[in-house]
Design a protein around this ligand. Structure first.
Ligand code: GDP
Ligand code: CA
Length: 332
């Protein structure tokens, strides 16, 4: 006889960036379905990567979570729509309109058009996100799942780099650092501009206060999670929690699966061991899920309890198992 599945916490609130966060949340969603649980999941997503392009408001992390959960994502790239075409981008480039380095797909454009129209009509980003999620998180996908932007206010993550062309030190938008410069230049510091004045979106602080478990997804600590924590009151709300908070490391064998997290940790935290990841969340987490490949490197975690697991979210089963580990040893 198999043991009856243990129950998931009734309310789970997840802080998330784009690709790593979205894949993890998909695992939570699958776990929820598998265990027949009615756990309520609230995702608080980073908006520090948001950017205005060609007059359109683009929210990469919100869209990655939305498309991933709604089965509209390009699974190979991890971002953008599946079955995408790039005619509009080519036409813009033919006009010589800058910037040409950002991947704006034709299908994706529809999302940005709807979002921008609603923002122009006076709706806050949280209301716009809710409206967009009516398509992507329809009951089949989104039952019990809410996606909230961290704030309705403008926050922009900038990275201080030495410009490879001019040699001058300057701050560039995260998207420019990541896509245009391919993160090939060292990041001297990260600044979430506007975060100190940004009010958390409606429901954000409530979701942190009401949660039975807080989870920090395997997202980039500096550019995906730090901007969320920097919005007014969010860091304090997590620090003052009365429930456990568990983070999942985005590093495997000290390397990022994708993206600049390992380079950033090496430069800004002094290393890529679990203790360096934990230090990004000092006072905020009780446990850190680390990959089994990092099991010999668990020193210096202090009061943070390591939970060793396979953390590569290769497929749906792997995502679900990782979610089960993070949510407290629930059989997956
Ligand atoms: P972004 O906003 O699209 O960059 O996405 P996130 O910040 O949410 O996620 C990026 C992070 O996810 C990177 O640091 C990756 O190392 C991490 N990541 C991606 N896939 C995996 C995976 O399968 N396992 C783990 N542990 N981390 C992953
Ligand atoms: Ca992002």
């Amino acid at each position: 006889m198999t043991a009856a599945p243990r129950e998931l916490p009734p309310k789970v609130t997840v802080l998330s960036g784009g690709v790593g966060g979205a894949r993890f949340i998909q695992g939570v969603q699958r776990l929820r379905e598998r265990t027949g649980s009615d756990t309520e999941i609230t995702v608080i997503a980073n908006t520090g990567d948001d950017i205005w392009l060609h007059g359109l408001k683009v929210c990469p992390d919100l869209d990655t979570v939305m498309y991933t959960l709604g089965d509209g994502i390009d699974t190979d790239r991890g971002w953008g729509r599946k079955d995408e075409t790039w005619h509009a981008k080519e036409e813009l480039a033919a006009y010589g309109v800058e910037p040409t380095w950002f991947g704006l797909g034709d299908r994706d454009l529809a999302t940005h058009l709807v979002r921008t129209q609603m923002l122009d009509a006076g709706y806050p980003l949280s209301a716009v996100t809710e409206a967009l999620c009516r398509r992507w998180l329809a009951p089949a996908h989104g039952q019990g799942l809410r996606l909230l932007p961290m704030s309705d206010d403008r926050v922009e993550t900038h990275i201080v780099i030495d410009d490879p062309e001019s040699g001058e030190r300057r701050a560039v938008h995260f998207q420019e650092y990541w896509i245009r410069h391919q993160a090939a230049v060292p990041a001297h510091s990260v600044v979430a501009i506007g975060a100190d004045k940004a009010t958390p979106a409606p429901g954000v602080l409530e979701a942190i206060a009401a949660a039975d478990l807080l989870v920090i997804a395997p997202s980039n600590p500096y550019v995906s999670i730090a901007p969320i924590l920097a919005a007014r009151g969010i860091r304090d709300a997590v620090a003052q929690r009365s429930v456990p908070c568990v983070a999942v490391s985005p590093l495997i064998s000290g390397r990022a699966v994708k993206g600049p997290a390992d380079q950033m940790l090496a430069t800004l935290a002094g290393g890529t061991s679990p203790k360096h990841v934990a230090r990004c969340y000092e006072g905020l987490i009780d446990a850190l899920v680390v990959d089994e490949s990092d099991v010999l490197d668990l020193e210096g975690l202090g009061s943070v309890r390591p939970i060793v697991a396979r953390t590569l979210m290769r497929d749906a089963d792997a995502r679900r198992r990782l979610a089960a580990t993070a949510l407290g040893g629930v059989p997956a």
